[in-house]
Design a protein around this ligand. Structure first.
Ligand SMILES: NC(=O)c1ccc[n+]([C@@H]2O[C@H](COP(=O)([O-])OP(=O)(O)OC[C@H]3O[C@@H](n4cnc5c(N)ncnc54)[C@H](OP(=O)(O)O)[C@@H]3O)[C@@H](O)[C@H]2O)c1
Length: 276
């Protein structure tokens, strides 16, 4: 007799931008069925689109979510997270029955674990905003009692809206400096590329469209070919041509050093904020 696979029940606490993006991503990727999703927000209206478009169930409280699911995304703001964890702790859910995946920026596993019952299974994750369009880059780290299986669950859920990698907790600040803050660096790059083209006469809307597609296309080339970016760069750099002239200008203005310093500075700031 074939045993039915146990369908995972997924909870969402905090139905804001990130929580909804992750939950809808998981549903649309088939990682969970909408009938097995229970969501709660202090503002019931925040659930409207989830209820209407994906037919998930609405809960009346954090405790109701915590006691009826196997895994939950805790997606309230960092300053609301400790109080929500206390309600999970007091709900009667057990470490055996529940895995909590926090998406709160800057809250360490140690801080999260301090707020829940001893032995609770916690995962800290750091998604980024492109998760809202299914192109996120997330990292996660396991709490003390989270299992390898829990890691696989986090990878599958976070990976349903992009890429998800497991890292050591000590590297989460570097993740924040790279993929957490990184979309802003790329927006600046796209804007600057378009500005350069506008300066040379291209209409703004065409400049923007070409700049966006250039970044998207180059990123897709790196992903699709698996080549080192330097190899792809060499392939489009002909002797005495335009590209080598532009690369020289980028080097003269310390483009690489600026990028490295941006990640360093954001990482240092994340570290500092984690200690506040
Ligand atoms: N957006 C991002 O790019 C991003 C990236 C990485 C990580 N994150 C993390 O994701 C989390 C959520 O961010 P967001 O931008 O999605 O926030 P958001 O849009 O403010 O959504 C959070 C929702 O949860 C509600 N809420 C507050 N306390 C609650 C409680 N005790 N129980 C249930 N719901 C509660 C909020 O209501 P109120 O509005 O009244 O507070 C709001 O509707 C944050 O911890 C953030 O650090 C976000």
């Amino acid at each position: 007799m074939k045993l039915e696979a146990h369908a995972m029940k997924l909870g969402l606490i905090g139905c804001g931008k990130m929580g909804k993006a992750l939950t809808i991503g998981a549903i649309d990727a088939g990682a969970v069925s909408p009938a097995d999703v229970v969501a709660y927000d202090i503002h019931p209206a925040a659930l409207d689109s989830l209820l209407k478009d994906r037919s998930v169930s609405a809960a009346e409280s954090i405790a109701e979510v915590a006691t009826s699911v196997d895994v939950l995304f805790l997606a309230v703001k960092p300053h609301d997270t400790p109080a929500a964890l206390h309600q999970i702790r007091d709900s009667g859910s057990t470490a055996e029955s529940l895995l909590v995946i926090s998406v709160a920026a800057g809250l360490t596993v140690e801080k999260l674990e301090r707020e829940v019952a001893e032995g609770a299974r916690i995962i800290r994750s750091m998604p980024n905003t492109p998760a809202l369009v299914g192109q996120g880059a997330a990292a996660f780290t396991l709490g003390q009692t989270a299992t390898e299986n829990d890691g696989a669950t986090a990878r599958s859920l976070l990976g349903s809206v992009g890429v998800a990698v497991e890292v050591k907790e000590s590297l989460m600040d570097a993740v924040t400096g790279l993929s957490g803050s990184g979309p802003a660096y790329v927006y600046l790059f796209i804007e600057a590329l378009a500005d350069g083209a506008v300066q040379n006469g291209l209409p703004r809307d065409q400049a923007r469209e070409l700049a966006v597609q250039t970044v998207l296309g180059a990123a897709t080339m790196v992903r699709a070919t698996g080549e080192h970016p330097a190899v792809l760069k060499d392939m489009v750099t002909s002797p005495g041509g335009t590209t080598i002239a532009a690369l020289e200008a980028l080097e003269a203005h310390a483009f690489r050093a600026a990028c490295i310093e941006a990640v360093n500075t954001a990482t240092a700031r994340a570290r500092e904020m984690g200690q506040e």
